[in-house]
Structure formats: C-alpha cells, structure tokens
Design a protein around this ligand. Structure first.
Ligand code: GAP
Length: 454
C-alpha cells in the first residue's frame, strides 16, 4: 500500500525539479513575461521562504551560535581598486570560444568536457590544442574560433560621468567586502585570533553559458566567512571549519553518501589559494561543486596593505608580535545549497496504488510548517473552528497555510509537493471533541490530537 523508493533506486531528474519549482511557486525564470533573461531566476513565495530558511540556518550556526564570528553587510558596488588589488580585473576570466557560423559563444572547457576529455586546469593554449587535435565542434557541429579569455565581472560606471575613474563592478564574490572591513572590525572589537567575519549577499558573474537551472547563474547569493588565523595555525582551523561545514550540510538534510570532498590539485586552484577542498554533491546533473573551503594565506590583506598604504597587521594582545593574519574561507553558494536541498528532498512513492511526489524537507527548512483545512469549505461551523486553529498555529509558528481548495485528497497532494510536514484537518468530530486530525507528510499516517496540545 505504501512504498518509498530508496535513494539508490530513485533517479531524480533536473527537469522534474524545475517543473515542480515553477508549478508550486518556488522559482520562476527571471523576466519571464518578456521572454526571460538568461542566467537570472526569481524566487516565488515558497522559494523565498526556503532560501531564507537556509540562509538563516547558516547565520545562526556559523555566526550567532559562536563567539568567534562577526557579521558584516558591505555594499555591492566597491571602489575599482578593490578588484584590481584582488586580481579579479586581470584574472577572473573564463575561456571563451565562438561558433564561427552562428556566433554563439561557449565556454571552451565545457565543450571539451562535454566531448569527453579532461579540461580542468588547462590553459587557453592547451584547450586550443585539444579542440584542434580532437576536432571538437560547437554543439550544433560548427567550427570554433580560437580560445580567448573573457572577464566575468559586470562592469558599470558610478555617478553622472562615465570615464575610467568611474568604473565599478557588481561584486563577483562577497569576500572582498569582508577584507576591506577587516581593519574596522579589528579596531572596533579587537577580537582574539582566530576569529571570522561572515557575510551573506548577492554576487554577480557574467557566466558565458549559464545552465542547469540555478546551478550556474549570473546573479546569485553567497554566504562566506573569512576566518583570520595565526600563519602557523592555519591547518587546525582548516580542519575545524571542514568539520563545521559537514555538520551544516547535515542540518540541510543532505544525505552523507551524496556529499564528497575533493582535494583540488594545485593547477586547478584559484590564484590566491594554497589549499582548497571542494565539497561536491551528487546533483541530478552529476557530481558537481556545492561549495569550497580555501586557504587564502595572507594574499588579500597583503594586497590591500600594498595598494591602500594602510597597515593590515594584527598585534597579539600584550605582546609586540605583529603579522598579517592568514585566512581560511568557507564559501557557500545559496542557489547550489537550495538545489541540493530540493533534489535530495524530492521523493516519489506510491500511496494506495497512486503515484505521489513529495518534498521531504527537514522540518526546520520547510517553507510551510502546517496547512490547516476545514474538511468541507461550505460548512460555516467547520470553517470558523478551522480559523480558530489556524490563528493558534499561525501565532506560534508563522509559516502556516490556509488550504480549503478542492477535496481533502487534492489538498494533501498539493501540500506534499511543497513539503509541508503536517496537514491539520478540522471535521465534524472536532466540534464535539475539540481534537483535530494531523496527517504526517512522509508516512501519510493520521492521528487525532487535542487542539490545546497542538
Ligand atoms: N570567495 C571565493 C569564491 O568566490 P568560488 O568557488 O568562485 O569561490 C564559491 O565560488 C561558491 O559560489 C561556489 O562553490 C558555488 O557554490 C557558488 N557559485 C559560484 N559561481 C556560481 C554561479 N555562477 N551560480 C551559482 N552559484 C555559484
């Protein structure tokens, strides 16, 4: 009567998730009404709550619950010197090729990978050679241009005069807003080492070919920590943060067997990193990067010191020991976390011979915690009692939905699809015994509970 497919038996398809996300008000294509804007996504009423639940969980776990973390919220637009000093103006590039017939542009490494060859860490020259040698063509079979570098930062100008000096960029990472405020936090709070500064917020990258739903977007949200450590002690903080990252992923409900660590080899690491561990996840599109943990050394603070002329040294309290702290950086992409949560929660089973789709969110992430329904919506006495119950739960839990559309079976299906853990139904018996039926999402079991015990 009731059969849930195990993780191994089920194969979640990306199109099923995209379709559910749209059908049930989680995500919409950005600017859809005008034909869309590639690489942008809008959050619907349920999506925004799910996203905030993930971001709040992260903030509570990594900032509020700890004594060694400070939060900041820096401006998205920053002085162009930030991006010159950080290396982004010169090196934040992807390899670009053009279809010589259609002029469509593609990421060269993606085409090489799609053709079945290793592309990680290859230089433009090496990619070029591979494309020629293996006769790799565009996805529609045309010849490709030579590979060239393409800077992914969105450039804009600030103020009424557009010239060299007014150039700014939409930030491609939140990290630099932390580094530029490092000195402010040290001067105001003088924290002991090690300590971290955390930030959440939008980042923008002009991806050559955004794809795979929100996985590779042009506008997305990041959650980053720059954790400042004594240069001799970076390894212990690295290991401790790696452990914390796994604990957080557990809290997202991601099955441990779908989460993998990848020690990134030197030639694939970002220019600032001496060690990077990527956390990969078995997405419906395959095993891909979910987040990164990098040892950024003193690369950023040293560059700021050289380029701004301001001293970035930290003095150990009560001593004359001065140095520029080194940095460990756990860097999360919210959209990838959300896609991992959606795909691991997506479940199909059979109830009484009928196929059912439900999102098995951990309760603390579910956008709606309770749905409250009168058994029949044309019976005023049931509706009035159901409103009473709804008000009680709403006051207590906030995310409670009123649902009186269609018959009760349809309501259950709808609530299952948005991952509501509990449906509360008010029926004629409720008027007699002041108890309601609570139906549980995962097991579909129903039990009677007194209203005062809800
Ligand atoms: N501050 C370090 C940094 O920016 P990154 O590996 O370039 O490192 C960190 O990005 C995380 O941001 C990635 O692990 C991923 O979760 C997310 N991310 C990067 N580019 C993305 C994109 N185009 N769309 C969605 N998420 C992205």
């Amino acid at each position: 009567m009731f059969a849930i497919l195990t993780m191994m038996e089920r194969e979640v398809k990306l199109e099923n998730i995209v379709s559910l996300a749209k059908r049930r008000g989680f995500m919409y294509q950005g600017s859809e009404v005008y034909g869309g804007l590639s690489g942008t996504w809008d959050y619907g009423p349920l999506g925004v709550t799910l996203k905030r639940n993930i971001m709040n969980l992260w903030w509570n776990y990594f900032v509020d619950a700890r004594d060694d973390m400070y939060g900041v919220d820096a401006a998205i637009l920053m002085n162009q010197k930030v991006w010159q000093a950080s290396g982004h103006v010169d090196t934040f590039t992807d390899p670009l090729v053009e279809d010589l017939k259609t002029n469509q542009r593609y990421r060269a490494d993606h085409l090489v990978k799609d053709a079945g060859f290793e592309a990680e860490g290859l230089t433009n020259e090496e990619l070029n050679e591979l494309i020629i040698e293996k006769e790799i063509k565009s996805p529609v079979g045309n010849e490709l241009s030579p590979v060239r570098t393409f800077n992914m930062m969105f450039q804009t100008t600030v103020g009424p005069v557009a010239d060299e000096k007014s150039i700014s960029y939409l930030r491609p990472e939140t990290a630099q807003g932390v580094f530029t405020n490092y000195k402010n936090v040290v001067d105001n709070f003088y924290p002991d080492l090690p300590f971290g500064i955390a930030q959440q917020g939008k980042a923008f990258r002009n991806e050559i070919s955004p794809r795979d739903f929100v996985f590779r977007s042009r506008e997305f949200e990041m959650m980053e920590i720059e954790y400042f450590v004594h240069p001799d002690k970076w390894e212990e903080s690295f290991e401790a943060l790696l452990k914390d990252v796994h604990e957080f992923l557990d809290m997202l409900g991601l099955p441990q067997d779908m989460v993998h660590e990848l020690e990134v080899p030197e030639n694939d690491r970002a220019h600032y990193s001496k060690r990077t561990v990527d956390i990969e996840f078995d997405f419906p599109i395959g095993r891909e990067e979910l987040l990164g943990l990098a040892y950024r050394t003193d690369f950023d603070l040293k560059n700021i010191q050289v380029n701004s002329g301001k001293n970035m040294e930290y003095t150990i309290k009560g001593t004359n020991e001065k140095f520029i702290p080194h940095v460990i950086e756990p860097s999360f992409g919210v959209e990838r976390a959300l896609m991992a949560v959606l795909s691991s929660a997506y479940t199909e089973d059979e109830v009484n011979g009928e196929k059912r789709i439900f999102l098995k969110f951990p309760e603390h992430l579910a956008p709606v915690k309770y749905a409250v329904s009168p058994l029949l919506k044309n019976k005023p006495e049931l509706v009035a009692k159901a409103r009473e119950v709804y008000d009680i739960l709403k006051k207590k839990h906030g995310n409670v939905m009123w649902d009186d559309n269609g018959n009760i079976g349809k309501r259950y299906r709808r609530q299952d699809e948005i991952g509501t853990p509990y449906c509360v139904v008010i029926d004629f018996e409720t008027l007699e015994d002041n108890a309601v039926t609570i139906r549980e999402r995962d097991t579909t079991e129903q039990k009677r509970v007194a209203i005062q015990e809800l």
